[in-house]
Design a protein. Structure first.
Lengths: 286, 157
């Protein structure tokens, strides 16, 4: 399988990359290539030009500043998986990263690329939603910080404009009393989540004081399970609470159907894995 | 449109003109004649095309040759030296870690990375490390044993 012909550039600065994008609206950004190259081989994407961000060193750092961890968009899943800073201060993202694809894919694939691709079964979006993450995008006109909920619009559709590049993902440093978990059931051949649930739970005096639940793989895009969060907040931290709250995990969502799982089964899995993720996260919050 | 690239493969430098759409696996096999790296599914699934790019395993069907410009690559051809098998290859030989052998070059590159990072892996860690490499013959039991045998031999060396 060979992609259609395209022109290629590998700029060494962000400014140069942005210039190429503003000159050519049909140009496509290449990050790790683990989604773009396959879809180009299938000719689902036929860009005039590919702008490889691999040479821009500024996009690789992971750094903490004033309670926010900034992750460069070209940070690979492998780097997230093995980051000491993230293991200590944002273990939810580490858990999501370590389940993506396989070793070789994690060595190449990037967080910015995953978020920009917005695959409905990708692992990162659910975790980023539970983390209230933000996406920093830059164009020649300036920069914007976009909450992840607004950034991911639909399946394979984001708020990213053709002349913009994702430069950072911002996640909060986890405060004490908050526990997180990512629970997923994957399609064994591809490693994609059939259902993946990220939970971030805060406890105070035995009650749930804070709840964030992000779910991937079920609907056309990853979503915050607001009904579950609402059913948890203020309630005692015990299994009954989690079970009752999880029942509404797929409420109002048209669950996807494919050869791996029917719509009904996916919605059921959403309930089961939401319950597991909440229980695990609450266990770690104590 | 052709692009000039310079890569180091198994310690040897090569300069070639390639189309940007040429995949790394095709570059290795067709331009450099290094046919030890296999093409299986060509869809990022099977891992037969696994090579090391800057010390990390990648599926060379999902990397463009131009992305390897200026980079260092290692393929299965670098593993044995002067006709002597590497301990990982010995492990696969001794423990019957291959039948048809099609997945073996990619499998060995993944194991090379594993044992470089973790000289004494558990069975679970071995299975996790080769999750991106499919074998349709062995059922993986013998491959896991081969890796254990290689790890033991390499620690004793």
């Amino acid at each position: 399988m060979i992609a259609a012909s395209f022109d290629y550039s590998a700029p060494e600065t962000l400014a140069d990359a942005l210039r190429v994008l503003s000159d050519d609206p049909e140009a496509k950004i290449l990050a790790g290539g683990q989604s773009l190259i396959p879809i180009m081989k299938l000719r689902l994407s036929i860009p005039s030009q590919v702008v490889d961000l691999g040479g821009i060193i500024d996009l690789h750092a992971i750094a903490e500043e004033e309670g926010i961890i900034r992750i460069g968009s070209m940070t690979t899943h492998e780097q997230v998986e093995h980051s000491e800073l993230l293991s200590e201060k944002c273990p939810l993202l580490v858990a999501a990263a370590s389940g993506i694809g396989d070793v070789q894919v994690r060595n190449r694939g990037t967080i910015g690329g995953s978020v920009a691709h917005a695959d409905p079964a990708a692992d990162y979006p659910a975790a980023l939603q539970a983390l209230d993450a933000k996406v920093k995008v830059v164009s020649s006109a300036g920069e914007k910080i976009i909450p992840i909920d607004e950034f991911i619009v639909d399946a394979l559709t984001t708020a990213l404009e053709p002349d913009e590049i994702i430069t950072e993902i911002h996640v909060p440093t986890e405060s004490t009393g908050i526990g997180t978990a990512y629970e997923t059931i994957v399609q064994p051949a591809s490693g994609y989540a059939i259902v993946g649930v990220a939970a971030r739970i805060g406890l105070s005096e035995g009650n749930i004081s804070f709840a964030r639940v992000g779910i991937t793989g079920v609907g056309s895009k990853a979503y915050r399970a607001l009904a579950v969060e609402k059913a948890l907040e203020g309630q005692p931290a015990k299994d009954d609470t989690y079970g009752i709250a999880s029942r509404v995990a797929a409420e109002g969502v048209e669950a996807l159907e494919d050869l791996h799982a029917s719509s009904e089964y996916r919605a059921h899995l959403a309930t089961v894995f939401t319950c597991r993720a909440i229980a695990a996260a609450a266990g770690r919050a104590q | 449109m052709q692009r000039a690239i310079k890569v180091t493969v198994n310690g040897k430098e090569y300069e070639r003109e390639v189309e940007p759409r040429m995949l790394l696996v095709h570059f290795l096999r067709e331009e450099l004649g290094l046919t030890g790296t296999h093409i299986g599914c060509e869809t990022t699934v099977c891992g037969a095309c696994t090579v090391m790019l800057e010390g990390h395993t990648v599926k060379s069907c999902t990397v463009l040759a131009v992305q390897a410009n200026g980079k260092n690559l290692e393929t299965i051809e670098s593993v044995a030296s002067d006709g002597d098998l590497h301990p990982i290859q010995e492990g696969f030989w001794n423990e019957h870690g291959l039948q048809c052998g099609f997945c073996t070059p990619g499998m060995i590159m993944s194991v090379k990375q594993l044992l470089g990072d973790n000289p004494n892996p558990s069975r679970d860690e071995i299975r996790h490390a080769i999750e991106g490499n499919l074998c349709r013959c062995t059922g993986y039991q013998h491959i896991v044993k081969s890796v254990e045998s290689a790890a033991k031999a390499m620690v004793q060396e």
